[in-house]
Design a protein around this ligand. Structure first.
Ligand code: SF4
Length: 225
């Protein structure tokens, strides 16, 4: 461990190596977090099967300190979006994300979660979860193999290694507001786009109303003249 967290630039006498480490607060803080990320226990579609396989003994997420998948968002650090994201599921996914405490991360697993995948622009599927959640790591594939997911975990660990407690959002003075939960009506609606959707709908209704107005009867108008 001392090898892993020791900060380069500080020389430790040979006889003390193995017992003493000189490091920064950022480094030890990040080392602790990146080595004990608990993913949330939920899956969405076929990619979830690969995620489950990754947790089994052949690939073994325990090597990353990730073997404890939590069934409660309150105890999870990582949301793995493993599968097709339907419009019906998005409000629940965003609500669960909001219920996770900081620090928290999102990994989009597979082409469905990253951009809609083979169902892109289908009537019931969103074209990527990053429209609604801040995604930290994307894992390519349909489905990604367990090795690809492990590679995504390593990418996440590198991202955490580069963070500083001076700049991370959860240590800012102002509170982090929850993300707006999308509303599912005839279609999915992001509350952040409320005004844009309202303007568009009003213009559309106005155009329909104008088109439905009867044309003035020309012959009657001439007779009257
Ligand atoms: S990316 Fe492929 S394997 Fe994963 S959920 Fe979509 S269709 Fe299924």
């Amino acid at each position: 461990m001392s090898q892993e967290i020791n900060n380069p630039g500080y020389e430790i006498p040979p006889e003390m190596r193995g017992q003493v480490a000189i490091t920064t607060l950022d480094k030890i803080y990040n080392w602790g977090r990146r080595s004990s990320i608990w993913p949330m226990f939920f899956g969405l579609a076929c990619c979830a099967i690969e995620m489950i396989v990754t947790a089994m003994n052949r690939f073994d997420m325990a090597r990353f300190g990730m073997e404890i998948m939590r069934a409660s968002p309150r105890q999870a650090d990582l949301m793995i979006i493993s599968g097709t994201v339907t419009k019906k599921m998005v409000p629940q996914i965003v609500r669960l994300y909001n219920q996770m405490p900081e620090p928290k991360y999102v990994l989009a697993m597979g082409s469905c979660a990253s951009g809609g995948g083979p169902f892109k622009e289908g009537y019931n599927v969103v074209s990527g979860i990053d429209v609604y959640l801040p995604v930290d790591v994307y894992v390519a594939g349909c489905p990604p193999t367990p090795q690809a997911l492990l590679n995504g975990f390593i990418a996440l660990q590198k991202l955490i290694d580069a963070q500083s407690i001076k700049t991370v959002r959860w240590y800012r003075r102002e509170p982090v507001p929850p993300l707006p939960v999308p509303i599912l009506g005839p279609d999915i609606m992001d509350p952040r786009r409320f005004n844009e959707i309202k303007d568009y709908t009003e213009k559309k209704l106005q155009a329909q109303h104008t088109a439905a107005q009867p044309e003035p009867d020309q012959s009657t108008a001439q007779d009257a003249g």
